[in-house]
Design a protein around this ligand. Structure first.
Ligand SMILES: Nc1ncnc2c1ncn2[C@@H]1O[C@H](COP(=O)(O)OP(=O)(O)OP(=O)(O)O)[C@@H](O)[C@H]1O
Ligand SMILES: [Mg+2]
Length: 630
C-alpha cells in the first residue's frame, strides 16, 4: 500500500462497505432460509389439515374395487365404476374438482397401486402412475408423506402432502393435496427486495460514516502536513495543534519538538555564518574559495580589489576564465590536487599596470558545496614588503659600495706611502692630499647618513622645531655657501623673492635643503648657464624653486630620483663626487616641515625643483616609512 495515493476515504470506504454488506448478506440469508422454512412448514401443515378435512368424504366416495390390476400401462383405462360400499368414480372426481376449486388446492386421489383415480385439475387418464412419488410411498405405508418439487403440470415448485385413506384399518388409497409455492416465493421476494433496499441504504450510510471517520483522521494529518511544509520553508513561528487520536497527537508533538530543535540549530548556524561572513568581508587579505571544478564559489572584498574583478560577476565561473592569472590558476590546481596546505607566490598587474607581488596560502576544503569539496586560498599583497626588502638590501649594498670606494683609495695611497713614497716629498704630499680628500668624502657620506637618520627619527617625533621666520635670509645664506663653486663655473645665481615672505621653518635644515638643490644645479648644469632661486606664496603654502638650464632628468628616472643613493648617471655623478644622498635629504627636510619636494624636468631643457612648505604644517609621517623609503 506504500504507493497507494488514493484519499483516505477511499481506503476506509471499501473495507467498511464490505463488512456491512457481508453482515447484511448473512442476515438476509438467515432470514430468507428461516422464513422459507417457516412458510414451507406452514403450507405443509395447512395442506395436511385440508387433507384430513376431506379424508372422510373421500373415503366415502372411494369405490371399493378402486385399485387397478394393471400396473404396467402408463395410462390405464380406469375400470368401470363399481357399485357397492363406496361411491362412484365419477362422483369422486366431481367432488375432487369441486373441493379443489373451493379450497384453492390441488386434490389428487391415488389408488394403492399408484393409479390416479381423481384429480382436481387434470384428467386422471392423462396422468402417469404416481406409485413412485415419495409422498405417496409414505402414505401407502400408513404415514403422512410430504414432498416439495418442481411440478411439470403447473410449472412451479409445488408442495405435496399425502395421507393414507383407510377403510376398516386397511389402506385403500391415498389422498394428496398440493399447492404451488408461488405465494411463498412472492413473500420471500418481497423480503429480498426490502433487504436489497436496506443494503443500498446501508451502503449510503457507510459512505457517510466513512467520510466522517476519514475526515476526523485526515484533518489532523492535513494540519500536520501544512505544518511540516511551513517548517520546511523555514517558518518556525507556529506550532502544529496536538489534536486527534493519541497517535496523531503524539506525532504532532514529536514534529513540534523537531521544529523547535531545527529552529535553534538554524539560528546557531545563522549566527556562525554571520560571524564568519563578517570576518570574511573585513579581512585585509583576499579569500578565494573554489569548488572541485575550479569554479569560483566566493571571493571577498579585499580579494576582489586585489584581483581587480567583480566578485558577484565571477561567482560560478571557472577561474581560468574569471581570473586571468596563470600563477594563481596553477596554485589553485595544486591545492586541489595536494592533500596538505600549499603556499606559493605569483605576480599581478594592477589597474595602473604596476606589478604586484602576492603570496597565497591554500588548503583543501572537505565539504564546500553539497557533497563537493574544494579549496580556499588566502591571498596577501606583499608588494610593499617586497619593495621594502629590496630597498633595505639596496641600501646596505649602496652604503657598502659608497664607503668602499674612498676606503680602497685611502688604503691604496697609504700603502704606497709606506712602500717608499714617503721618501719623495712631492709624491708624499700629493698622496696625502688624496687621502685627506677621500677621508673628507667618507666624512661627508657618514655625515649625510647621520643627517638622514636624524631626520627620520625626528620625522616621527613631535616634529622638528619650526619657527616663523623670513625665508629670504635662509635662501641668501644657502646661496652664499654655493657661491664659490658657482663662480668657479661661471654660473650666475639669481634670487627672485618678495622681501617679506615668512613661513614656519627650521632655518638650519632649510638652508641645507636649498644648498643641496643649488649644489646639484651647479654640478649638473653646463658651465656658464644661469641658476635662479625663486620664492612665492599662496594662502596655504610657500614655495622655493631652484631652476637651472642643465641636461634635465629623463622621465624614467623621476620616480626614483629622491631615493637614497639613486643617481641618474652613476659614472658622471661619482666623478663629481656625488653619492646620491643629496635629494633624499632634501625630501626628508621638506617632510620635516610638513611639506614635500617635487621636480619638473625635460631632458635638454633644464629642471625645476620645488620645495613646498605649508604655512600650517601638520607633520604626520611614521618613522618606519621614512626609514626605508630614502
Ligand atoms: N639639477 C639637476 N639636473 C640634472 N640632474 C640632476 C639634477 N639634480 C640631481 N640630478 C641627478 O639626480 C641624481 C641624484 O642627485 P643627488 O643630489 O641626490 O645626488 P648627487 O648629487 O649625485 O650626490 P650628493 O649626495 O653629493 O648630492 C644625481 O646623481 C643626478 O644624476
Ligand atoms: Mg647632489
Amino acid at each position: 500500500m506504500t504507493n497507494d495515493r488514493r484519499p483516505l476515504i477511499w481506503h476506509l470506504y471499501p473495507a467498511l462497505l464490505l463488512v456491512a454488506l457481508l453482515a447484511l448478506l448473512a442476515v438476509s440469508w438467515l432470514a430468507v432460509t428461516s422464513v422459507r422454512g417457516f412458510y414451507v412448514q406452514q403450507v405443509e401443515e395447512d395442506l395436511a389439515a385440508r387433507a384430513y378435512l376431506l379424508q372422510a368424504k373421500i373415503v366415502e366416495l372411494l369405490p371399493v374395487a378402486a385399485q387397478s390390476r394393471d400396473q404396467a400401462g402408463a395410462a390405464v383405462v380406469p375400470p368401470p365404476p363399481a357399485v357397492g360400499a363406496g361411491g362412484t368414480l365419477a362422483a369422486l372426481r366431481a367432488y375432487c374438482r369441486e373441493a379443489g376449486r373451493g379450497a384453492g388446492t390441488r386434490i389428487t386421489v391415488v389408488a394403492p397401486d399408484g393409479l390416479v383415480l381423481a384429480d382436481s385439475e387434470q384428467s386422471p387418464e392423462e396422468m402417469e402412475n404416481h406409485g413412485g412419488r415419495p409422498e405417496i410411498i409414505a402414505a401407502l405405508a400408513g404415514n403422512q408423506g410430504s414432498d416439495m418439487r418442481f411440478s411439470a403440470s403447473v410449472l412451479y415448485d409445488t408442495m405435496y402432502v399425502a395421507i393414507p385413506l383407510q377403510r376398516d384399518g386397511a389402506v385403500v388409497g391415498v389422498l394428496r393435496t398440493a399447492i404451488p409455492l408461488t405465494a411463498v416465493d412472492e413473500a420471500l421476494a418481497e423480503i429480498q427486495r426490502r433487504l436489497a433496499a436496506s443494503g443500498l441504504l446501508i451502503a449510503l450510510l457507510v459512505v457517510v460514516a466513512a467520510w466522517f471517520v476519514a475526515r476526523r483522521l485526515s484533518r489532523p494529518l492535513e494540519e500536520m502536513r501544512a505544518g511540516a511544509e511551513r517548517f520546511a520553508a523555514g517558518d518556525f513561528a507556529g506550532r502544529i495543534a496536538e489534536q486527534g487520536a493519541a497517535e496523531l497527537a503524539a506525532l504532532a508533538r514529536a514534529m513540534n519538538r523537531m521544529a523547535g530543535q531545527l529552529d535553534r540549530r538554524l539560528k546557531t548556524i545563522d549566527n556562525q555564518r554571520n560571524q564568519l561572513q563578517a570576518v570574511f568581508c573585513s579581512m585585509a587579505d583576499g579569500v578565494l574559495t573554489v569548488d572541485e571544478q575550479e569554479r569560483v564559489v566566493e571571493l571577498n572584498q579585499a580579494g576582489a580589489e586585489l584581483l581587480a574583478v567583480d566578485a558577484e560577476k565571477i561567482r560560478g565561473q571557472n577561474i581560468r576564465v574569471a581570473l586571468r592569472n596563470s600563477g594563481l590558476q596553477q596554485l589553485v590546481s595544486q591545492v586541489l590536487r595536494a592533500g596538505e596546505p600549499v603556499e606559493g607566490e605569483f605576480t599581478l598587474l594592477d589597474q595602473r599596470g604596476r606589478e604586484l607581488f602576492c603570496r597565497a596560502r591554500g588548503a583543501r576544503l572537505a565539504e564546500l558545496t553539497d557533497g563537493g569539496s574544494g579549496a580556499v586560498l588566502v591571498i596577501s599583497d606583499v608588494t610593499r614588503l617586497r619593495r621594502l626588502e629590496n630597498l633595505r638590501r639596496d641600501f646596505v649594498a649602496n652604503v657598502s659600495h659608497e664607503l668602499k670606494t674612498p676606503i680602497t683609495s685611502i688604503e691604496g695611497f697609504a700603502e704606497t706611502l709606506l712602500d717608499g713614497a714617503l721618501e719623495e716629498p712631492d709624491e708624499a704630499r700629493r698622496f696625502t692630499a688624496i687621502i685627506l680628500q677621500q677621508s673628507r668624502r667618507l666624512h661627508a657620506i657618514v655625515e649625510d647618513l647621520l643627517a638622514l637618520s636624524r631626520l627620520e627619527q625626528e620625522g616621527g617625533r613631535p616634529a622638528v622645531p619650526l619657527q616663523e621666520l623670513p625665508l629670504l635670509e635662509t635662501i641668501r645664506a644657502a646661496v652664499q655657501i654655493c657661491a664659490h663653486r658657482a663662480r668657479e663655473r661661471g654660473m650666475p645665481v639669481a634670487i627672485e623673492s618678495p622681501e617679506n615672505l615668512r613661513a614656519p621653518i627650521n632655518p638650519a635644515l632649510l638652508e641645507q635643503a636649498v644648498v643641496n638643490l643649488v649644489d646639484n644645479a651647479v654640478k649638473y648644469a653646463p658651465e656658464g648657464s644661469p641658476i635662479t632661486i625663486g620664492a612665492e606664496e599662496d594662502a596655504a603654502e610657500v614655495r622655493i624653486m631652484v631652476r637651472d638650464q642643465g641636461p634635465g632628468i629623463p622621465a624614467a628616472a623621476l620616480p626614483r630620483l629622491f631615493e637614497r643613493f639613486y643617481r641618474v648617471d652613476k659614472g658622471r655623478s661619482a666623478r663629481m663626487g656625488g653619492t646620491g644622498l643629496g635629494l633624499a635629504i632634501v625630501k626628508h627636510i621638506a617632510q620635516a616641515h610638513g611639506g614635500r619636494v617635487d621636480v619638473t624636468s625635460q631632458p635638454g631643457q633644464g629642471s625645476v625643483f620645488t620645495l613646498h612648505l605649508p604655512k600650517k604644517p601638520a607633520v604626520s609621517r611614521s618613522p618606519n616609512e621614512t626609514l626605508t623609503e630614502g
